[in-house]
Design a protein around this ligand. Structure first.
Ligand code: MD3
Ligand code: FE
Length: 219
């Protein structure tokens, strides 16, 4: 099986290239996990997690919310970034400093000096939840990377190429992993296999993934 479970553990590696433009910072967020989780829970208290509808008529198994100037929204009309949470009709909660600082430091470590994410999408998985293979292309600034942070239960992440039919590689992303997706990897197809049963010491029976994005040019 091509499951890359044998990637280096924390902390003996700072930086690992998964593919051109895709940099894994194994365990990079682990020391900050309590602060990150506390900040995420404060966002969720203001902007609840919800299962969005897809334009294709499905309900996502992953529950989502956002913080920052813009949030990611899906409904029967399509996917887009919006300044207000349609659930509360309020602006999204501000991006907590500890999240922004971590995302910018990770981007800089991977070679992106001026990353200014305006959106942080929060995805919560419980066992069985998955994310089908897709591209992230709702952002107008494709020169900016996406920074992802994984917390809680581990997940098998599918990582393909910009060509949908190319067979994806599989990586297990664990608590504290940070990945910077830019350059040639920015438009790669990717997804998450159904989350396996488990209980994480800090997060319990779930996985939370944060993705930091620059939806607008000049962000
Ligand atoms: C590769 N989230 O929110 S994070 C998403 O674990 C999303 O919740 C997954 O895909 C999750 O859109 C995967 C890793 C990731 C995020 C964005 C990417 C990988 C990416 C964009 C381009 C290429
Ligand atoms: Fe994605």
């Amino acid at each position: 099986m091509d499951l890359f479970d044998d990637l280096p553990p924390h902390p003996d590696s700072a930086l690992l290239a998964l593919a051109p433009g895709a940099v894994l910072l194994r365990g990079w967020a682990r020391d900050a996990d309590v602060a990150l989780l506390q900040a995420v829970e404060a966002v969720i208290a203001q902007a609840p997690l919800r299962h969005m509808q897809t334009p294709g008529g499905y309900t996502m198994s992953v529950a989502t919310t956002s913080c920052g100037a813009l949030g990611w929204v899906s409904d029967p009309h399509g996917y887009r970034y919006a300044a207000r949470d349609p659930h509360t009709d309020q602006p999204w909660p501000a991006m907590p400093d500890c999240l922004l600082t971590l995302a910018q430091a990770a981007a800089a470590e991977a070679g992106y000096a001026n990353f200014q994410p305006e959106a942080c999408l929060i995805n919560q998985y419980v066992p069985g939840a998955k994310l089908s293979l897709h591209q992230d292309k709702d952002e107008k600034d494709l020169s900016a990377p996406i920074v992802s942070v994984s917390l809680g239960l581990s997940a098998v992440f599918l990582f393909g190429t910009p060509v949908r039919k190319d067979r994806p590689q599989r990586y297990r992303l664990v608590h504290g992993d940070v990945v910077v997706w830019g350059g040639q990897s920015r438009l790669a197809y990717h997804g998450v296999q159904p989350l396996e049963e488990g209980v994480h010491a800090l997060l319990g029976r779930r996985r939370i993934n944060l993705t930091f994005r620059s939806p607008r040019v000049h962000g």
